[in-house]
Ligand binder design. Structure first.
Ligand code: SF4
Length: 464
């Protein structure tokens, strides 16, 4: 029987009937012009609800229309897989899936045509490092899913990415300038503070629902202060008040087993269905979990870039190359200083110690030193040496250690599956568990975590 789809060429090879060229050559990403500022709505999400919630303050103050896409839900993976490339990592499916789900929501629920959506909406997100990590590929994936779903020419604003040509245009309605970066930093710090509060109060509160309500009230209080043009004055006042409200929440006088959770940034810090709400699960099972701080993770990115710059300076072939790396190193130092100044300033007003909050940032030099023999700190990609350094650091301090990595992740799989096996032989009492988040398979994953928590409780009871 002859194949009706077969196309014979002179060389005898078969060329496909439909050729998709845009995804190889790059999709267009037109400029959002200042004159259209009021006509366009920004769709955005920042890994988890609280970070997206606080970045609203900047958008409100600057008169942007926006839709906060909030937390990820399980369904996002299905959307991501349907429109995305094959064999991507789980966070890419979650984030691109959430994006395309919201585009279809506008299309189906508001009855807007795809052309109207392209004209009236823009998506804002992050991009970033590459190496063995796929994070640098996210922007092109977002463009692909939108274009493949029929939203031809949909626009994107991506910070920390090369795909910023349209943003460099002076006439662009949105700029990733210093003001935005400072606001983004403060948003992440505030979200971290609320997460610290939840980790301190949820497992210990006499009345969990009351504690969660107080945290919600604090979130609203902080957002109101941060949304003001005088936020540099109002935010410290609001933080002091929030700290006092949290310190007044009645707590049980017990000592619970302590769990450390680490892993790839999304699988570790999503705090939603993207990682099965893992820290909440651990707390509701009767353990305390050390909060995962996005501020620490942001500092690791600076730390990594600084090491890259030092290496670049050492091996620079020309004066020009040397200067390029020297400038990069200076930039990382300035950025690090800024993060620390803001974090410590806000923390001083919030006073997390008053309600038992664990708010210390990771000592990245120390983690690199601890894990040096096992995972060279200059092997970059994903979380690099972090998980290993943390395992060595926390081995004598915690009752359970959980490494959460996404399905399809290259760097994190190499770490958890490979080097952590060695860690387990070095620290047999670590009570280590590695899980792979895929968006489904929840019952199986949570039952494995339950087993680890059971062992943690046994370990903690022997210490008493
Ligand atoms: S670290 Fe892994 S999961 Fe995260 S973006 Fe990179 S490849 Fe994907």
């Amino acid at each position: 029987m002859t194949n009706p789809y077969k196309i014979e060429t002179k060389t005898g090879s078969i060329s496909p009937k439909i050729k998709k060229e845009e995804q190889w050559q790059g999709y267009p990403n037109p400029v959002w012009h200042k004159k259209d500022k009021k006509k366009v709505t920004i769709l955005y999400s920042m890994i988890e609800r609280r970070k997206s919630f606080f970045i609203r303050a900047y958008l409100i103050r600057n008169g942007y229309k926006f839709i906060d896409m909030g937390d990820h839900i399980k369904e996002d993976v299905r959307w991501g897989k349907e429109y995305g490339n094959r064999m991507e990592c789980n966070p890419m499916y979650f984030t691109s899936g959430s994006f395309i789900r919201h585009l279809f929501k506008l299309h189906n629920e508001l009855g807007l045509s795809k052309e109207e959506i392209v004209e009236k909406y823009i998506f804002m997100s992050g991009g970033g490092q590459c190496g063995p990590c796929r994070y640098g590929m996210y922007p092109q994936e977002y463009l692909k899913v939108a274009n493949d779903a029929g939203f031809k020419g949909f626009r994107l604003m991506v910070f920390s990415s090369e795909l910023n040509d349209s943003m460099l245009d002076k006439d662009c309605a949105f700029q990733f300038n210093l003001d935005f970066r400072i606001n983004m930093l403060i948003s992440f710090v505030l979200a971290d503070f609320m997460h610290i509060a939840e980790c301190a109060l949820r497992p210990y509160a006499v009345d969990k629902e009351h504690a969660l309500k107080v945290i919600e009230d604090c979130e609203n209080l902080l957002l109101e202060a941060f949304s003001s043009h005088f936020y540099m004055i109002k935010l410290p006042i609001a933080l002091r008040k929030a700290g006092r409200m949290l310190a007044a929440v009645p707590k049980k006088n017990v000592k619970l087993p302590l769990i450390y959770m680490t892993g790839e940034v999304f699988a570790n810090l999503a705090h939603n269905e993207g990682n099965y709400n893992m820290r909440r699960f651990i707390m509701d099972e009767g353990c305390e979990v050390i909060p995962g701080l996005f501020t620490s993770r942001a500092m690791y990115d600076n730390w990594r870039r600084a090491r890259e710059a030092e290496r670049g300076m050492k091996y620079a072939a020309t004066e020009k190359e040397y200067k390029y790396w020297k400038k990069s190193l200076r930039r990382q130092h300035v950025s690090d200083k800024a993060i620390l100044i803001f974090y410590n300033w806000l923390k001083k007003h919030f006073n997390p110690e008053a309600f038992g909050g664990r708010a210390d940032l990771a000592d990245l030099d120390e983690l690199a030193r601890l894990g040096y023999e096992l995972y060279h700190p200059e092997i970059f990609g994903g979380e690099g040496n972090l998980e290993i350094g943390e395992a060595v650091h926390y081995a004598p301090l915690v009752d359970g250690f959980l490494s959460s990595k996404p399905f399809g992740c290259m760097p994190s799989s190499g770490v958890s599956d490979g080097v952590q096996a060695k860690i387990m032989t070095m620290f047999p009492d670590l009570n280590f568990l590695s899980i792979e988040t895929s968006g489904d398979n929840e019952v199986s994953i949570l039952s494995r975590v339950s087993m680890m928590l059971f062992k943690a409780k046994e370990k903690a009871s022997k210490k008493k």
